[in-house]
Design a protein around this ligand. Structure first.
Ligand SMILES: NC(=O)c1ccc[n+]([C@@H]2O[C@H](COP(=O)([O-])OP(=O)(O)OC[C@H]3O[C@@H](n4cnc5c(N)ncnc54)[C@H](O)[C@@H]3O)[C@@H](O)[C@H]2O)c1
Length: 272
């Protein structure tokens, strides 16, 4: 019996980038929260390079406007939407407007996050709550607003920006470690709940990355020495080094990858 082999993928498949490149994001729209600077901005640019249309969010309107203008200037298809990811009503309204006005969100990156350090025994409740709200509850709020459409379309990729602090902690960051530990389990819970709708939810866990969030730490010589000694790679990471993992997790190449936390940390979590 002879088997007919199609020598070339169909032109439609090539146009969508599906057969030719499982990592292509052509034809997909990604919403990235907290994308005005740092990791979120770098991931947005990386997803744009892979072909995605971008919707950037940030709570800071000036930062957001600059980020959108920069990426537009580089030739990407970009829209911006300013909202606070901790405000449920604002999130619902904004996501609905994005999907009505621009189109469906195929990939969501829950990236917005803050750090507010304090010794746990004297940590103000406000500081505890703010970190829980921005790093954990926001992922629930934004994902809830986006996932209805993904369920209807039977497709979606959701990435949560996790942390080494999903696994390990340090003094003065109990609020952040509790939030990121919760985010790890929220990621798994969402993956388990929505896998039957062909939705994949995974975490990307950066190691120590140079951004505004870690800016003060990078210039503290003692902390800098600690990170370089503790990280097998012997250095801090850069935001752009997270891009490949975000593109992978947003792409068809990750269609059967679900509920995982992928650490991009120069080997830190593997070392004693
Ligand atoms: N930098 C690191 O070493 C590192 C390591 C592990 C995890 N992370 C995580 O990566 C993510 C990004 O961190 P980063 O270092 O780029 O921080 P960053 O402070 O440079 O950027 C965070 C962005 O989120 C925005 N944001 C804050 N609160 C918001 C809100 N309520 N609504 C919408 N946007 C809001 C800020 O305006 C800012 O533009 C965070 O979730 C952080 O916890 C960072």
């Amino acid at each position: 019996m002879s088997v007919k082999v199609d020598p070339m993928p169909s032109s439609r498949a090539v146009a969508s980038g599906e057969c030719s490149d499982p990592f292509s994001l052509r034809g997909r729209r990604a919403l990235i929260t907290g994308a005005g600077q740092g990791i979120g901005f770098a991931l947005a640019r990386g997803l744009g390079v892979a072909g995605a249309e971008l919707v950037l969010n940030d709570v800071d309107p000036v930062r957001l406007e600059q980020a959108v203008a920069t990426l537009r200037g580089e030739g990407f298809t970009v829209n911006g939407r300013c909202f606070d990811v901790t405000n449920g009503a604002d999130v619902e309204r904004s996501v609905a407007e994005v999907e009505r006005g621009i189109g469906p969100v195929d990939s969501l990156i829950n990236n917005a996050g803050i750090h507010r350090r304090a010794p746990l025994e004297t940590m103000p409740t406000e500081r505890w709550q703010a970190v829980l709200d921005v790093n954990l509850t926001s992922a629930f709020l934004v994902t809830r607003a986006v996932v209805g459409g993904m369920i209807r379309r039977r497709a979606g990729k959701i990435i949560t920006i996790c942390s080494l602090n999903c696994e390990v902690s340090r003094p003065t960051i109990a609020n952040y470690a509790a939030a990121k530990g919760g985010l790890k389990m929220l990621t798994r819970a969402m993956a388990v709940e929505w896998a039957r709708h062909n939705i994949q939810v995974n975490g990307l866990g950066p190691g120590y990355i140079r951004t505004a969030m870690t800016g003060t730490l990078t210039i503290e010589a003692e902390f800098d020495r600690l990170i370089c000694a503790r990280t097998p790679a012997g250095r801090w990471g850069e935001s752009r080094e997270l891009v490949g993992t975000a593109v992978f997790l947003s792409s068809r190449a990750a269609d059967f990858v679900n509920g995982q936390i992928l650490y991009v940390d120069g080997g830190l979590l593997a070392a004693l």
